[in-house]
Ligand binder design. Structure first.
Ligand code: SAM
Ligand code: SF4
Length: 382
């Protein structure tokens, strides 16, 4: 498989297990009850086979970033996450300064867990926090207590992790401005160097969507979401966490390099059930169900469900869509003449109205533009 030389290369590993399913989440994840039990060691063996097949396909890439996501990777525990990283090292070379992240659920972490994964070589931990407001956590079906996520973040830092992220969700039905502000404040107080804040999306097929349809909960309101985003942004910025992507804030040096790779058109292998990868101009996605996945790799077959070759138009659309959301902005040179003309309209209107601002040879979203990023993309692409 042909990689573009000289570009950073990443590895994403998907761990498709959770203790329970949060009502809002449509990620490719399964509870042990849904699978009739999980044998984590058998699962790791299947993953090893996929990594070996991947390494054989690629021309010995050095990994700049590894991201173990889910689902709930922390459910594997420190020892198996150590084994997993050992498998990655057996199959690929890791850059000396590689960023190695694992996601974790606050409920399945404890100090010894963080000690073990730090010793194994993980460099970054990303924890699902969502909120500190008990009623918000209840609506989201989160099982952890309000203070557990920030306590876990502190444990991770005590274990030597310099880079720790907390995920927040805003706009949950029943959330107040104060609930959000207290959550942001708690994340800042924890001392982490990265915060992601996502507007709650009511995904089709989730328990949350059914509750909204039945009228038990109201869907998040667009104006409320915009206001909450502004509240979170102001507080995070004042605390020294700067936005570097519309939904992500970091202290200098705390930016997630793996995600920056996705947003800057980088290449990565996606391993595990339902994982997506992108190498050369090929994007592919693995079969979703862990059992189907394990059966395919047991036959020494890459567990691919489908793939597409991205043409110039599709690549350009993605480029604009992802780069415009970054603080570093979209280089004007990446736009064609018609798109540059349309950008002029978005640059007009003064500090309060303009959606874009020109910074050198780049176009950057204004504060207002960040609230309307999707509309900016639609206008630019015409
Ligand atoms: C894989 S989870 C993080 C780790 C772990 N599974 C947990 O939840 O603690 C990734 C993140 O995606 C976000 N997320 C998932 N579904 C979402 C939705 N429908 N709307 C907004 N954010 C969502 C949550 O913030 C969640 O923390
Ligand atoms: S939000 Fe995290 S813990 Fe909850 S179901 Fe999704 S992946 Fe699992």
């Amino acid at each position: 498989m042909l990689r573009s030389p000289g570009q950073p290369f990443g590895l994403y590993v998907h761990i498709p297990f959770c203790v329970t399913r949060c009502g809002y989440c449509d990620f490719n994840t399964y509870t042990p009850a849904e699978l009739g039990g999980v044998n984590p060691d058998a699962w790791l063996l299947a993953l090893r086979t996929e990594l070996e097949l991947a390494a054989a396909r690629l021309d010995a890439p050095t990994l700049n970033t590894v991201f173990v996501g889910g689902g709930t990777p922390s459910l594997l525990g420190g020892e198996r996450l150590t084994t997993l990283l050992g498998m990655v090292r057996d199959c690929f070379a890791l850059a000396p300064d590689a960023e190695i992240t694992t996601e974790a659920n606050p409920e399945s972490t404890w100090p010894e867990f963080f000690d073990a994964i730090r010793a194994a070589g993980y460099t970054r931990v990303s924890l699902g926090m969502q909120s500190v407001a008990p009623r918000v956590l209840a609506t989201l079906d989160r099982v952890h207590s309000p203070g557990r996520a920030t306590a876990a973040a502190r444990e991770a830092m005590d274990a030597g992790f310099e880079h720790v992220n907390l995920d927040l969700i805003y706009g949950t039905p029943g959330e107040s401005d104060d609930d959000l502000l207290r959550s942001v404040e708690a994340a800042i107080d924890a001392g982490v160097d990265h915060v992601s804040a996502y507007a709650l999306v009511v995904e089709d097929g989730t328990a949350l969507a059914r509750r909204v349809r039945r009228g038990e909960l109201s869907a998040p309101d667009g104006d409320v979401l915009a206001h909450r985003y502004e509240l979170a942004d102001a507080r995070l910025t004042a605390a020294g966490l700067r936005w570097y992507e519309v939904s992500n804030w970091a202290r200098p040096g705390g930016e997630c390099r793996h995600n920056l790779g996705y947003w800057n058109g980088g290449q990565w292998w996606g391993a595990g059930p339902g994982a997506h990868g992108y190498v050369g101009a090929t994007r592919w996605w693995n079969v979703k169900h862990p059992n189907a996945y394990a059966e395919l790799v047991a036959g020494a077959t890459l567990p691919v469900a489908g793939f597409e070759q991205l043409g110039a138009d599709a690549l350009h659309t993605e480029d604009v869509l992802l780069r415009i959301r970054l603080r570093q902005g979209l280089p004007v040179a990446r736009l064609d003449a018609a798109e540059r003309r349309r950008a002029e309209a978005l640059l007009a209107g003064g500090a309060d109205d303009a959606l874009l601002v020109a910074e050198g040879d780049r176009l950057v979203l204004t504060d207002r533009g960040r609230l309307l990023a999707d509309a900016v993309v639609r206008t630019l692409l015409g």
